[in-house]
Unconditional design. Structure first.
Lengths: 176, 104
């Protein structure tokens, strides 16, 4: 029952996010592509957090943005160290491109908002974004990764990002 | 029995023994898990918090007794000053929870 439900949710999320859906429809991504996608996904959330630090009014939203900045920078720092160690050059790909395009559209959209409206929209997007990323990690990126250290890092990332999703959901509920 | 005479002896005994018995207990934070999650200690013991993750963590007592910040791959110590059962967690990753039972 639970498994079926989560599969349904995962499918719904993948379908609702065209960029990550692209990843699932395409062939299995290679390690250099996975590294690029994961790093890009981190940069996107870091940029969103930086925007929130400037614009957010609510103290829980500000604290959430600070947490995102701290954790995603830590993961990306680790990712850079790993690709250097493995002598892998992250490879740009359609999924990364689509993610970046969506993210810059979102940043522009959120930039027009202010006050409580911004707080709400930012947190709602963080919930949706972490859901989509976690689902892609779980169903696509982790199973496709062939290097054990890369797989480990993605798994650690997933664990942290699930916490972020819970945190975002909690803040979203408080803002209602 | 002569309790009046025993008490000073007991006190002297305690003052010699308590510092010698103070222990250092290591608690690790790795892969977003605090281990061991349940620790029994005594007032005067030192806790060494070891953060093995690439993430910053905190050991934050729910009752406000301590709030230790642990940068990535760093450790820190705190000396236990008050008896009681203290639940603590990481403020940055609240799913990380553990308990310290501190005996007098």
């Amino acid at each position: 029952m639970f498994i079926r439900w989560s599969a349904a949710v995962a499918a719904a999320i993948l379908l609702s996010n065209p960029a990550l859906q692209g990843a699932s429809a395409a062939e299995k991504p290679t390690d250099p592509q996975i590294a690029h996608i994961a790093y890009t996904a981190g940069v996107i959330d870091i940029n969103a957090a930086k925007q929130a630090q400037k614009k957010a009014k609510n103290k829980d939203v500000k604290a959430f943005a600070e947490d995102m900045l701290r954790d995603h920078e830590a993961v990306n720092k680790q990712a850079l160290a790993l690709v250097k160690k493995l002598n892998v050059t992250p490879e740009d790909n359609d999924t990364s491109k689509a993610l970046s395009k969506q993210a810059s559209d979102k940043l522009a959209e959120l930039d027009k908002l202010s006050g409580a409206a911004f707080d709400k929209a930012y947190v709602a997007n963080e919930v949706a974004y972490h859901k989509a990323v976690n689902s892609a990690l779980e169903t696509q990126l982790i199973p496709s990764a062939s290097n054990a250290e890369l797989k480990d890092l993605l798994q650690t990332g997933l664990k942290v990002f699930r916490g972020h999703q819970q945190h975002a959901e909690h803040v979203a509920a408080e803002l209602k | 029995m002569m309790p009046g005479r025993l008490a000073p002896i007991a006190l002297a005994f305690l003052s010699m023994v308590v510092p010698a018995r103070a222990a250092t207990i290591e608690i690790t934070m790795e892969n977003l898990v605090i281990a061991p999650a349940d620790v029994s200690a005594k007032v005067g013991d030192t806790i060494t918090w070891v953060n093995k993750d690439v993430f910053a963590h905190t050991a934050t007592a729910k009752n406000g007794d301590f709030d230790v910040t642990l940068p990535p791959k760093k450790s820190a110590t705190s000396v236990l000053k008050k008896a009681g059962t203290v639940e603590y967690y990481c403020r940055y990753h609240p799913n990380m929870k553990a308990t310290l039972k501190i005996e007098p």
